[in-house]
Design a protein around this ligand. Structure first.
Ligand code: PAF
Length: 283
């Protein structure tokens, strides 16, 4: 695996690779890698000549300073895992390299409705920060294929929208890879490393609540399902930001399901200081 720290060096190297006819797959990460990230690398390796990954804990996308400070860093282990997965190229820039002018004055991306709900509502500014870093990374790497995890369902929609806004949609295909889960159903996430032993035992309630909605989902009024799922989470010690059932392609809330729309159920909840998110496509 070749390591790059400088954006210009990486893009020159990748330009040469493209000229040689090599296709590029890109898996951006914030490190603290787990099997979910490695599954993105594996998907990329199946369809591209070269797989590029990046590790950058993007300060511009944290709306909560404490969350940023406590974000897990496991760089040596991450590099070993990427080597083992035969990732070809790794980009590890510094904050200065990515934001030479700082990131106080963010460009404004017109994301529309998807930025006003769920994560957009509960983490103001978060998606602007995600767009900022993703525009920078995508323009450096210019991959044919981008790989993202379904666990961050709304983020996948936001990044697809960004790719349209920056007019790279005819060059970059976004591939959404399934969420990987621990044996008890907990979605793999870098933030799981922050859970104490006691919290980890309770954390499977998110998947239980999602599965409860999945099993009992039927046409008609679905409000009571959400209320019950919320109760399950609260009883396990979670503070709930939302349990929402929404149209899978627009994220507009569904109150009464007509039996035809494709819905997704999304949850965000805190176990003490750690905020976890997850989702399941219904029907
Ligand atoms: O999902 C993540 O790890 C990050 O939000 C991403 C897409 C790498 C941008 O910083």
């Amino acid at each position: 695996m070749i390591l790059f720290k400088k954006a210009t060096e990486l893009s020159e190297y990748l330009d040469a690779q493209r000229k040689n006819g090599n296709t590029l797959g890109f898996c951006p990460t914030m490190g603290a890698l787990h099997a979910g990230h490695i599954s993105l690398i594996e998907s990329s390796k199946k369809s591209n000549d070269l797989t590029v990954s990046s590790i950058f804990v993007n300060p511009a996308q944290f709306n909560n300073a404490q969350d940023f400070e406590k974000y897990p860093h496991t760089i040596e282990r991450d590099i070993e895992m990427l080597e083992l997965a035969a990732c070809d190229i790794l980009f590890i820039p510094t904050v200065k390299e990515i934001y030479p002018e700082g990131f106080a004055h963010l460009k404004n991306y017109e994301l529309g409705f998807i930025e006003t709900v769920l994560e957009g509502k509960f983490r103001p500014g978060h998606y602007q920060g995600v767009c900022m870093i993703m525009e920078r990374l995508l323009k450096i790497v210019l991959p044919q294929n981008l790989y993202l995890g379904q666990k961050d369902y709304q983020q996948c929609m936001v990044i697809k929208k960004l790719i349209e806004l920056i007019q790279l949609d005819n060059r970059i295909k976004t591939n959404i890879c399934p969420t990987l889960r621990e044996n008890d159903g907990l979605a793999m996430s870098s933030r799981n490393l922050r859970l104490t032993h006691e919290e980890r035992k309770k954390a499977d309630s998110i998947f239980k609540a999602l599965s409860f909605i999945h099993t009992n989902f039927e046409a008609g009024n679905i409000e009571v399902l959400k209320q019950n799922a919320m109760l399950m989470l609260k009883e396990s010690g979670f503070t709930v930001d939302y349990v929402e059932i929404a149209d899978a392609s627009s994220l507009e809330e569904i109150k009464i399901w007509n039996g035809e729309q494709k819905p997704v159920v999304l949850i965000a909840a805190f176990l003490n200081e750690v905020r976890l998110i997850d989702n399941l496509i219904l029907n």
